[in-house]
Design a protein around this ligand. Sequence first.
Ligand code: B1M
Length: 208
Amino acid sequence: MREALHAFDQERLVEATERALEQGYSPQDLLEGLTEGLREVGDRFEKGELFLAELVAAGEAAKKVIAEYLKPMLEGGGEGEPLGHIVIGTVAGDIHDIGKGIVGMMLFTAGFEVKDLGVDVPAEMFVQAVREEKPDVIAMSALLTTTLPMQRETIEALEKSGLRNTVKVIVGGSPVTSEWADEIGADGYAEDAVGAVKLVKEILGIRE
Ligand code: B1M
């Protein structure tokens, strides 16, 4: 799968995914592999070894495999009363959605109701969602150093609207750190999707 991602070869990635699933790898294993592969592709892009079109092709191939193979296998949640309501989105100016999608999927699988606002979500849209949906948690993803400040702006907009203390806020994405989360007054930071589920349970006082 990693080789197929590096070759931006969607067909080969699909074949490798099918083979890995036949061999008994879990969807979680494959998500981990895809994440690692995409990270390497990103590093090559950063070094100038790849063109943007190649970055796009690798991202599209990973999204196809997630949507068509892994997501249907993971969608076992949703039975009974949800453990809580989550609103998730990628902040304004940022269109990266693969990681956000995985976090949302894992939260759903764990038993939460998840409303996905999509990508490039302005602060006002998060505020409106809090007003209308009354979620327990807002989960904001940011993948660019230039869009990190939008997490802060969204928290500030929640404060201005008087809704900040009605909702917990968690942040994540590769440039996010726990120091950043503290600095902007978020309620928590998770490094990955598994961590995000743990964190949400922790801040909502849900015992494993
Ligand atoms: Co972009 N991109 N990209 N990109 N891209 C990065 C992020 C980059 C690090 C690549 C690099 O140069 N090394 C770099 C950012 C550098 C920086 O800011 N320091 C970069 C850049 C520069 C750009 C553009 C500016 C390129 C350009 O146009 N010149 C542009 C920006 C567009 C925009 O958003 N305005 C751009 C565009 C794109 C594509 C569209 C081609 C594509 C995105 C496709 C899509 O998402 N639909 C893309 C991709 C694929 C990447 C890399 C290669 C992979 C991202 C990814 O999906 N990873 C990425 C390199 C990298 O991340 N090292 C890169 C897999 C995913 C599962 O991991 O998203 O980290 P991740 O999510 C993880 C955790 O971070 C965490 O859990 C997830 C699962 O474990 N997590 C959360 C994420 N959100 C969370 C929220 C939480 C908790 C945990 O709670 C709220």
